[in-house]
Design a protein. Structure first.
Length: 597
């Protein structure tokens, strides 16, 4: 007897026994009709389909919408914006602009949208719905509301605030540098320039330095107190010794930024006095000259030079692929309690082949507000602080604009096993593509990410207005596909535009560290340039709702939950965070307030 016949007889016997309940000990079990997991009302059944050819073979049967104006990334003023475009494809049942019906005249359409005063960005979406099979496609551009800045323009970038308590700490640091310093190498060139022939210092040590720096409305007030200065010199072969006990120097200095964006300290007024003076082998007038030379050196060169070096060291240039972003001092302001430095940033294109100026035609988004006024105490915790730092959203927008315009935020995903046949498991109309061709995903911003602040929760919002995820069919040897696609041999099957608003807030921990928290993500999804069917849109929106509603926030929450930022000690200075909040006229500055001791 054949194996097949035996298998058939055993199968028939099993079916008969099951049907008659002949199994010994068999019981009926009630099954709970409601499973312990939530059921999703998702329709994954294949829709009825005809044997249509691939979309690129008969493109006139598929809708394609192109918005011709305004350009993607345009920066507009509040008010009415005119939208024009072209439609091609089968007869339409409906054409909408941001959900409102608009008319088509021949192959062109015109409509308007309104941009409000408070709109950071406005998506402009035109959807086409055909009367045949409800195939849906569309196009989208995003406009920004605000002022525009182009490469070469200066934008407000940073603000640095030194409160008097912070200036005192900085003064202590400089005093430590001067204490024990040998001034001989600095004094000898001055002595020679003053015509004091035959006089040369072998030692000019300085001990017991105390420096006080305070900001006033007239400038920076300096007080230098020195315990002892010992000068050991030689005058025409004779030993000269001067011992200065207790020198007090006082000065008023003006702080400004010159046309070369350099910080300049200018001595406005000064005086000095000496408690006692010990001399050996020297005339009174020569002793007076040496004391004056020391005082002049300290007030004209050494102390101002160290202050200038400390402040000028904040200059910074960020060099990227195809661009350079330079931070330049722009203003210096002294008040009755603090000294403030303002920095501008200038974005320069260093490689025109890498930097795409047409990416966002009007440039990066800027605001009209100037540098912020620093508060007397921290905005949220109400604590005193020594150092305040603000980062302006214009500077951050420059950075994101440069990254986007140079393609640094673009990437693609290609795996050999991802084919149109695999994609058809979720997106059914990919079944029309025969043979199964590879699918490549391209991720790219069509508008540069931007940053905005909120005074309500002291949070900076990172906004990705219109990040494109494009599913591209690799045409291979299909000539019709290559002719309808892009020059690199890919045909656009579907593009998903995703807007994400991510609120980033900071919280203080008991150990003076800082943690970064992610608030509730805002998400909007638009499916455009979709020649593949309505079912694709439905399933795409469901997948992104799942991804951004549960998966991504949970993943980011786990990553950020263990993140802690703690400031290190710097050159012997103890640094601790006092507060972090948005400040400024438009809440467009992220303020970081630090206490230094």
């Amino acid at each position: 007897m054949s194996a097949v016949l035996i298998f058939r007889r055993i199968s028939f016997l099993l079916i008969f026994l099951m049907a008659t309940g002949a199994f010994v000990g068999c019981e009926l079990v009630d099954v709970d009709p409601s499973p312990p997991y939530p059921l999703r009302n998702w329709d994954y059944t294949y829709p009825d389909q005809d044997d249509d050819p691939a979309p690129w073979v008969d493109p006139e049967n598929y809708p394609y919408v192109t918005i011709t104006a305004p350009a993607d990334g345009s920066i507009v003023e509040p008010g009415v914006v005119t939208v024009t475009g072209v439609y091609q494809g089968p007869e339409l049942a409906e054409l909408t602009l941001n959900g409102r019906d608009i008319a088509v005249s021949g192959s062109t359409f015109t409509g308007t949208v309104t941009v409000g005063d408070d709109d950071l960005f406005v998506p402009i979406v035109v959807d086409a719905i055909t009367s045949e099979k409800q195939r849906v496609s569309g196009d989208r551009v995003t406009v920004l509301q605000g002022a525009a800045g182009l490469p070469g323009d200066a934008a407000t970038s940073l603000g640095l605030d030194l409160e008097n308590r912070g200036l005192n700490t900085l003064a202590d640091f400089i005093a430590d540098l001067i204490d024990g310093f040998d001034l001989a190498d600095l004094l000898n060139p001055k002595i020679a320039a003053d015509g004091k022939a035959g006089l040369e210092l072998s030692e000019a040590s300085i001990e017991g330095v105390d420096l006080v720096v305070k900001s006033t409305t007239d400038g920076l007030a300096l007080r230098v107190m020195i315990g002892q200065i010992v000068l050991d010199a030689n005058l025409f072969g004779l030993d000269v010794y001067v011992d200065i006990q207790g020198m007090l120097l006082e000065a008023m200095m003006d702080v400004a930024v010159d046309e070369n964006n350099e910080i300049v300290l200018t001595l406005v007024d000064s005086s000095f006095s000496v408690a006692s003076l010990g001399m050996d082998g020297i005339m009174d007038d020569l002793a007076s000259y040496l004391v004056g030379a020391v005082a002049e050196l300290l007030l004209d060169q050494l102390v101002p030079g160290l202050l200038e070096d400390a402040l000028a060291g904040l200059d910074l240039t960020i060099t990227g692929n195809g661009y350079a972003l330079s931070l330049l001092p722009a203003l210096a302001v002294t008040g009755d309690r603090n000294f403030t430095l303002g920095f501008d940033s200038v974005l320069d294109v260093t490689d025109a082949d890498v930097f795409d100026l047409d990416f966002q035609p009007d440039g990066y988004l800027t605001t009209v507000a100037g540098p912020p006024v620093f508060p007397e105490v921290t905005p949220v915790t109400g604590a005193p602080y020594g150092l305040g730092l603000t980062i302006n959203d214009d500077f951050l927008n420059q950075v994101f604009y440069a990254l986007a315009a140079t393609g640094s935020l673009e990437f693609s995903l290609s795996e050999e096993f991802v084919t149109s046949e695999i994609m058809s498991l979720i997106f059914f109309s990919y079944r029309k593509i025969d043979p199964p061709l590879p699918v490549v995903f391209r991720f790219e911003p069509t508008v540069a990410p931007i940053v905005a602040g909120s005074a309500e929760d002291n949070t900076m919002y990172l906004v990705l207005p219109s990040f494109a995820i494009r599913a591209m069919i690799e045409c291979g040897e299909d000539e019709a596909c290559r002719a309808a696609g892009e020059s690199d041999g890919y045909w656009e099957a579907m593009t998903v535009m995703v807007d994400v608003v991510a609120p980033l807030s900071f919280t203080f921990n008991d150990d003076q560290s800082l943690s970064l928290k992610l608030g509730e993500l805002g998400l909007a999804v638009d499916v455009v340039h979709n020649a593949m069917g309505q079912k694709n849109i439905d399933n795409t929106e469901r997948l992104f709702a799942e991804l951004f509603g549960d998966v991504l926030p949970e993943l980011l929450g786990d990553l950020l939950g263990g993140l802690q930022i703690k400031l290190p000690e710097l050159a012997g200075l103890k640094i601790s965070l006092a507060d972090m909040a948005t400040i400024g006229e438009l809440d467009d500055n992220l303020g970081i307030f630090i206490d230094i001791q």
